[in-house]
Write a protein that binds this ligand. Structure first.
Ligand code: SF4
Length: 251
């Protein structure tokens, strides 16, 4: 059994999937999105967060058994409220073997994987195939723009999206709307072209820009440097998806 590093566990969440859920945030992410609002989730190792209220360590090691036992204590209440457990991050697939081991030890709890989709195919399948629902981020379809704003190539993400559509697990596409970056009509139209008709697609969620994105950077010794205009009006163009008969929701 392997150990994993978790930077937060939030109980009784209502925004991380159906019903009432416990969300587990795995530490480490291979992307460096300039709008990331969880900078403490980026580095793989535990780190100190400093604020006027004091210091705390973001990142705690759990064995798979320890984490599963903690989650199983809540299983009855999660099931009773049509909820379950959400594995998020950071990028949970960076610790795919650990997450898979935890899932295998859970007592019949609905599992949701919340992922950037950036992972090797084996890592992606290992967790997605064990999940009941996947939240799959799709930020930018243009490869150059994706590299510029997230620091990585989107080819593995688009490959895993094709894998997603054949493994028989329903999925929601999640698009963070970043002003002038991901919210352009051109990007939304490209997303429509990419996802329309994919088997298993439940809907597309548009997530309006979080204006508090930079709030936690100083506490982990990082500088928030968005290379887009935060004050620009957001283009929330749901019509572009509706016209293509793609179910859409503003999340
Ligand atoms: S994928 Fe998510 S956690 Fe990773 S850098 Fe981007 S916004 Fe942050």
């Amino acid at each position: 059994m392997s150990a994993g590093i978790v930077f937060d566990i939030r109980e009784f969440t209502v925004h991380d999937g159906p019903g009432i859920r416990t969300s587990v945030f795995l530490k480490g992410c291979p992307l460096s999105c300039s709008w990331c609002h969880n900078p403490e989730g980026r580095a793989r190792q535990p780190q100190i967060m400093r604020s006027p209220a004091g210091e705390r360590v973001a990142g705690k090691e759990y064995t798979a058994v320890e984490l599963a036992e903690l989650l199983n204590k809540q299983a009855d209440i999660l099931r009773a409220n049509e909820g379950g457990v959400t594995f998020s991050g950071g990028e949970p697939l960076l610790q795919s073997e650990f997450v898979a081991q935890v899932i295998d030890l859970l007592d019949d709890v609905h599992v949701l994987l919340d992922t950037s989709g950036y992972a090797g195919e084996d890592d992606f399948r290992r967790v997605a195939e064990r999940s009941k629902l996947v939240f799959f981020d799709l930020k930018l379809v243009d490869p150059a723009a994706h590299r510029r704003y997230t620091g990585v190539d989107n080819a593995p993400i688009l490959r895993n999206l094709r894998v997603m559509s054949v493994i028989g697990v329903p999925f929601v596409i999640r698009v963070p709307l970043i002003p002038g970056v991901t919210d352009t009509d051109a990007n939304l139209a490209a997303i429509v072209d990419t996802v329309r008709g994919l088997p298993g697609l439940v809907r597309v969620d548009l997530l309006p820009y979080n204006k508090a994105a930079g709030a936690k950077y100083e506490s982990v010794g990082m500088e928030f440097k968005p290379d887009y205009d935060e004050t620009r009006e957001l283009n929330v163009n749901t019509a572009i998806l509706q016209h293509a008969n793609v179910p859409v929701r503003i999340a």
